[in-house]
Design a protein around this ligand. Structure first.
Ligand SMILES: C[S@+](CC[C@H](N)C(=O)[O-])C[C@H]1O[C@@H](n2cnc3c(N)ncnc32)[C@H](O)[C@@H]1O
Length: 112
């Protein structure tokens, strides 16, 4: 659970980005009413989190590479997405997390 980074960017309603081809959008908040769901768009303003690798969800090797997980916490009353370590990580190791922790919509068949 060592904090690696938070996932920063502009926050918007998912409904406003349905036709956006940005490949670094992160779900921030899933709500019962879909019109209230929020996401983080990091293409214009973001941080290092947008460049962290995703695992291949279709191979056993993909799962083995995972060394981070994505969690959501309320920090000072605001929802935040955090990437935290799931195990000890050696210096120089590549970082990987599961892009499809909740919605299973991100295509990863081609991920190495
Ligand atoms: C969240 S990153 C976004 C990078 C984006 N172009 C940017 O500038 O913010 C997602 C992209 O990184 C690449 N990527 C992430 N993990 C990968 C992996 N394991 N193998 C191959 N490509 C990967 C894919 O091209 C994917 O579309």
């Amino acid at each position: 659970m060592t904090l690696i980074t938070d996932y920063t960017g502009d926050v918007d309603y998912i409904k406003n980005r349905e036709h956006d081809d940005c490949d670094s959008m992160m779900t921030l908040l899933l709500a019962k009413d879909p019109s209230n769901c929020l996401l983080i768009c990091s293409d214009k303003r973001g941080n290092i989190a947008r460049f962290i690798n995703g695992i291949n969800n279709h191979t056993p090797e993909g799962r083995k590479k995972q060394n981070l997980k994505c969690v959501r916490y309320s920090v000072n009353g605001e929802c935040q997405v955090l990437l935290v370590a799931t195990r000890d990580i050696a210096k120089g190791e590549r970082l990987y997390y599961d892009y499809n922790g909740y919605e299973h919509e991100y295509p990863t068949h081609h991920f190495v």
